[in-house]
Structure formats: structure tokens, C-alpha cells
Design a protein around this ligand. Structure first.
Ligand code: FAD
Ligand code: NAP
Length: 544
């Protein structure tokens, strides 16, 4: 039962204890935990079903870059034992089936309003509630508001002149048609070679008559060596799941490494031994294997270049045309954008029907009615695929008109870059929480581990407040300033800020250049958050 906050009972609309925006992995688990506390909860989701990322990103080849049994909820041992993942790296349809199963198994759907976009979230200082306005349906008021809106949920509008004049269909990987796209016999132009491009290019190339890839910045990609899981593998992990989950939580990335911890600099060992190590990691196939091979790949340019050069040597071995191979070789430090895991990515450029256009050499000028024009020629296309990424980390938050104390807008507060305490809360916005917000490990991790940690921290915090009869919690300005400075200091000790990436907002014209995720590691970050809670929510102001 909803407990009507004072003075709202007579207002039109729905009154609940907590509102959760988003029904992806984060929103669903938040809903579950808050309901367990006995709160009346309403979740609001723009999509027509649960799943978030795995609902929207249905492009060919969409797949997880973390192993299935590691990228799954840990909160229910029964769920862990019941569910059988079919592959080492799960594809989007299986991930969506899993999330739907979770929603049904825990009876979560009835709390979610689907097909509804939250437009505004305003704080009412007199009644201490959040008023939530949506694109249709009744408004909602709630004491607590949790934004589970996703780090990568706002597809980036491409700043390509003429895109609307194209005569054929244009598909963004993050808004893929639900009944699929048949490219048979078509000339396809694809813009963007981040993870979404790297995953979709080999699959589209096998179907289309021709595929022209328009590349501005090449990606570092490694083979996933994806394969079906055997019963024995599944059983082995299921038998030790509790200890494995603990290791995940304490690790740097949210995935315990199967390799011994690195103890040496990449520059301390001879070239032969170093390459042998890299080769072993390459053959293992994981996002973190290569980066964790030596102690200093994330912090020392020269050390990093040995790993970068190893991947470049692989590209030159795989791709037959030396000019194409060089065009595919990245020049920025390895790992400063999330590396990709692929199936047959580089080998796809050996196909007769695939062509690579290096936009650094011949920049993209415009999309025309017939295709894509660069500074050198026009490439005829029947369909265009945009794998151009997202307004990441802050895009979904600033898309909502969020107003805190004295009507202050979050968009304005964050105009020069996001400011949040622990990436969980922001001063001036009481009882408002973000899941995997800027300043938390978020995208620098196996995200489900970071999501579970935030959800549990928020649920514990709300329980703690209720037990003490406290009505609001709000980050202090000084704690927030200190945390923002700490996040920046940790990032500046790494190579990450050297590379233009969505971690820095560099992919969105006009966005403030601030390194947004916390690079201190999942385990260290969890200990900090736990310490804050154990100290009676140090850095927060609490109001009776
Ligand atoms: P999301 O899944 O993004 O869900 C947020 C939901 O909020 C969405 O459904 C959205 O519709 C809804 N929403 C947003 N704004 C509003 C609004 N105003 N009103 C109503 N609803 C709203 N992470 C990994 O760790 N490993 C991977 O391999 C991996 N692969 C990925 C592949 C792709 C293609 C993408 C895009 C991301 C990937 N990620 C991966 C990151 C991924 O986003 C997270 O792992 C995780 O799924 C995020 O869950 P979430 O619930 O926080 O956000
Ligand atoms: P992305 O990494 O931001 O890549 C976007 C690509 O589009 C880049 O190559 C970019 O080039 C290019 N681009 C953007 N605008 C362009 C323009 N106007 N003209 C030409 N090229 C343009 O986006 P993403 O591939 O969707 O991946 C985003 C994140 O989602 C990943 O980093 C990862 O965290 C997650 N993801 C994971 C997986 C997975 O493996 N499981 C799959 C997909 C996504 P520039 O680099 O030059 O800007």
C-alpha cells in the first residue's frame, strides 16, 4: 500500500513511496528491492517491455562482451541455479529472454508503466516529494526517485548533413526494428566502428550484396572465441557461485581474472616473453585479458604501446590488403576506449563484397539521396546503418527536466560537466538517486555488478532512513566537490583522458569534456560506499 506523503493525497495522479525511471537490469532490480522493503513502487519505462539495452539494441550480431554466467544477477541463488546460459558470450535475444524471465519470475511487470516516457521530475520543498510528469498518463508523486535510465540509452543523433535526404532506410543500431532487417541483395553503408559496428559488420557483410564501412576512428578488437557452454562448465560455476560472486564484487572490473595477478611492468620483460603473454591473453578472449597482462598498461604510454602494437600486428596478419590493414590499426593508447570483442571482425575485410573507407583520409561530406559522399567520391547505398553511439552517462539524465531545491535544474547544474557524490546522488536534489551515475565505475566495469551494488546501497539507505524516521537525505556540496576532484585525480593518473571517447563526452559536439566514470575499480569503490554508509551516511545531510 502506498503511504501518501503529507498534502498530496488530494492531488490527482498516483502517489507512491518511490518511483523508478527505467526497467532495464537496474530498474527491475531496484523495483524488486524496494518492494521487498514494503514500499509502494511505480516504475516507468519508455520501451514497451523490460530489458533496457537488450530491448533496444537488436542489431545483427549484438552480444555481450562479458561472459554470460558472469553477466547475470547474483541476488537470487535460485535464479542462478535455474537459468542455463547456452553460450559463453550471450547474444541479445538470449539476454532479453533472461531479463523477461526475471520480470515474470519475480512478478515485477505489474509495477511497471510501459510505453511511457518521463519528461519532468520536480521536487516540491513544502511536501518533500518528487512530482513526476510523463508524456501520457497520470502524474506520479513519490518521496524517493531513482533514475535507472541507463548510461548508454540515448542514441546519439549523427551530425551528418543530408541524412534526412537519403532515399532508402536509415537504421541506428540502438533503435533496431523488432522484426529485423533483411539486407539480402542490398548495398549497405555503415557509419561507425565502435563495439556496435564491430559486432554488426561481419553479420551484415554475410547477408548484403555490398557493405561499405565508413570509419573515422578504428577500434581495438580481440576475438571473443565464443562457443556453446557445456553442462560441465555450467555445473562447475554453479557449484561455486557464491564464492565467485564475492570475487566479482572485490575485483577491479567486476570479473575475477583467471590469470595470476600481474606483478611486472610490460617494459621489465623481454619482447619474446611479453608477446608470449599477450598471445596467451589473446587466445583466452576477454575484454580485460590483455589490459591486465602487466601492471602499467593503463598508466604508462610506452608500456601501453607494446599491447597496442601486439594488436596491430594481429590486424596486419589477418587482413590481406596492407593498406586496409593499416587503416584498421588504431593509434590511440590501447584500452582507453572499451576494447571490442568480436567474431571474424578483421577477417571480414578480406571479403570481396566489403570495402573500408577511411574518413580521416577522405572525410564524410554529406549523405545524399543516393548514398554517402566523401571528399573523394559518392558511394551508392540502398540502406544506411548508423553505429554512431550514444550521448553516454549523462544523456538520459539531462534529457529529463529534473529540478531540485528552489527549482534548480540538473541540466544547468551539470552544464560544465556532471557533479555527483559517489555517482549516486547530487547536492540540491534530496531523495534522488542515480544508478551507475557519473562518478561511479559504471561503464568501466561488468555493469551488472556495478548495478547490483548501487541498487543494494540505495535500498539499504532507504531502509536505514525509515528505521530512524528520517524523511530526506541529500549529498552535501563539499562531499560532492571532494568526490568530483577525486574522480578527476584518479583518471588523470591513467591514460584514459588522452583519448577522445564517450567516457569524456568527446563524441557529442558541445558536451563538456569531463572524464565521467570512476577509474578506481569496482572493489575499491564498493569499500568507499560501504564506509560512507557505516559512518551514518557521511557526506549527506539527513532531515527528520
Ligand atoms: P538500460 O539497460 O539502458 O535501461 C535504461 C532504461 O531506461 C531503458 O529501457 C530506457 O528506455 C529507460 N529510460 C531512459 N530514460 C527514460 C525516461 N525519461 N522515461 C522512461 N524510461 C526511460 N555492459 C556490460 O557490462 N557488458 C556488455 O557486454 C555490454 N554490452 C552492451 C551492448 C550495447 C549495445 C550497449 C548499448 C550497452 C552495453 N553494455 C554492456 C552496457 C549496458 O547498458 C549495461 O550492461 C546494462 O544493460 C545497463 O542497464 P540499465 O538498466 O542501467 O540501463
Ligand atoms: P561508440 O563506441 O561511441 O562508437 C561510435 C562510432 O561511430 C565511432 O567509431 C565513431 O567515430 C563513429 N561516429 C560517430 N559519429 C560519427 C560521424 N558523425 N561520422 C563518422 N563516424 C562517426 O558507440 P557504440 O559502438 O555503440 O558503443 C558504445 C558503448 O556501448 C561501447 O563502448 C560499449 O561500452 C557498449 N557496447 C558494448 C557492446 C558489446 O560488445 N557487448 C556492443 C555495443 C556497445 P569516432 O570514434 O571517431 O567518434
Amino acid at each position: 500500500m502506498a503511504t501518501n506523503p503529507p498534502d498530496t493525497a488530494s492531488e490527482p495522479g498516483e502517489h507512491v513511496d518511490a518511483v523508478v525511471v527505467g526497467a532495464g537490469l537496474a530498474g527491475l532490480y531496484m523495483l524488486y528491492r524496494l518492494r521487498q522493503l514494503g514500499l509502494a513502487v511505480r516504475a516507468i519505462e519508455a520501451g514497451d517491455d523490460v530489458g533496457g539495452t537488450w530491448y533496444w539494441n537488436r542489431y545483427p550480431g549484438a552480444r555481450c562482451d562479458v561472459e554470460s554466467m558472469h553477466y547475470s544477477y547474483s541476488f537470487s541463488p535460485e535464479l542462478e541455479q535455474e537459468w542455463n546460459w547456452s553460450e559463453r558470450y550471450p547474444a541479445q535475444p538470449e539476454l532479453l529472454r533472461y531479463i523477461r524471465h526475471v520480470a515474470d519470475r519475480f512478478d515485477l511487470r505489474r509495477h511497471v508503466r510501459f510505453g511511457t516516457r518521463v519528461l519532468a521530475v520536480h521536487h516540491d520543498e513544502r511536501t518533500r516529494v518528487w512530482r513526476v510528469r510523463t508524456d501520457h498518463g497520470q502524474p506520479v508523486t513519490a518521496r524517493f526517485c531513482v533514475l535507472a535510465t541507463g548510461c548508454l540509452s540515448v542514441a546519439k543523433a549523427p551530425e551528418i548533413p543530408g541524412i534526412d535526404s537519403f532515399a532508402g532506410p536509415v537504421y541506428h543500431t540502438a533503435r533496431w526494428p523488432h522484426d529485423g532487417v533483411d539486407f539480402t541483395g542490398l548495398r549497405v553503408g555503415l557509419v561507425g566502428t565502435g563495439s556496435s559496428g564491430v559486432q554488426s559488420i561481419p553479420v551484415i557483410a554475410r547477408q548484403a550484396a555490398e557493405l561499405t564501412v565508413f570509419q573515422r576512428t578504428p577500434a581495438y578488437s580481440m576475438p571473443a572465441w565464443n562457443r556453446p557452454l557445456t553442462d560441465a562448465e555450467r555445473d562447475r560455476l554453479k557449484a561455486g557461485y557464491r564464492m565467485f560472486r564475492q570475487q566479482q564484487r572485490e575485483s577491479g572490473f567486476g570479473v575475477p581474472s583467471p590469470h595470476p595477478p600481474a606483478t611486472r611492468s610490460a617494459l621489465q620483460v623481454g619482447a619474446e616473453e611479453r608477446n608470449r603473454t599477450y598471445q596467451q591473453r589473446w587466445e583466452f578472449g576477454s575484454v580485460t585479458a590483455l589490459m591486465s597482462a602487466f601492471t602499467d598498461l593503463a598508466v604508462d604510454e610506452h608500456a601501453n604501446d607494446t599491447a597496442a602494437e601486439f594488436v596491430r600486428s594481429k590486424i596486419r596478419q589477418i587482413v590481406r590488403d596492407p593498406v586496409v590493414a593499416e587503416d584498421l590499426c588504431p593509434r590511440y593508447p590501447f584500452g582507453t576506449k572499451r576494447p571490442c570483442l568480436d567474431t571474424d571482425y578483421y577477417a571480414t575485410y578480406n571479403r570481396d563484397n566489403v570495402r573500408l573507407v577511411n574518413l580521416r583520409r577522405t572525410p564524410l561530406v554529406a549523405v545524399t539521396a543516393r548514398g554517402v559522399r566523401t571528399s573523394s567520391q559518392e558511394y551508392g547505398c540502398d540502406a544506411i546503418v548508423l553505429a554512431t553511439g550514444f550521448d553516454a552517462m549523462t544523456g538520459a539524465l539531462t534529457a529529463i527536466d529534473i529540478r531540485g531545491r528552489s527549482g534548480r535544474s540538473l541540466r544547468e547544474k551539470w552544464a560544465a560537466g556532471p557533479r555527483a557524490y559517489l555517482g549516486l546522488a547530487t547536492s540540491g536534489f534530496p531523495n534522488l538517486f542515480m544508478i551507475t551515475g557519473p562518478g561511479s565505475p559504471s561503464a568501466l566495469s561488468n555493469m551488472i555488478v556495478s548495478i547490483e551494488q548501487h541498487v543494494e546501497w540505495i535500498a539499504d539507505c532507504i531502509r536505514w532512513l525509515r528505521e530512524r524516521g528520517l524523511s530526506t537525505i541529500e549529498a552535501t556540496r563539499s562531499a560532492e566537490d571532494d568526490w568530483v576532484a577525486h574522480v578527476a585525480a584518479v583518471a588523470s593518473g591513467t591514460l584514459y583522458p588522452r583519448t577522445d571517447s564517450w567516457y569524456l563526452g568527446a563524441n557529442v559536439p558541445g558536451k563538456a569534456r569531463v572524464f565521467m566514470p570512476y577509474a578506481g575499480g569496482v572493489g575499491a569503490y564498493r569499500r568507499i560506499c560501504d564506509g560512507v554508509a557505516a559512518d551514518g551516511y557521511r557526506g549527506f545531510t539527513l532531515t527528520p
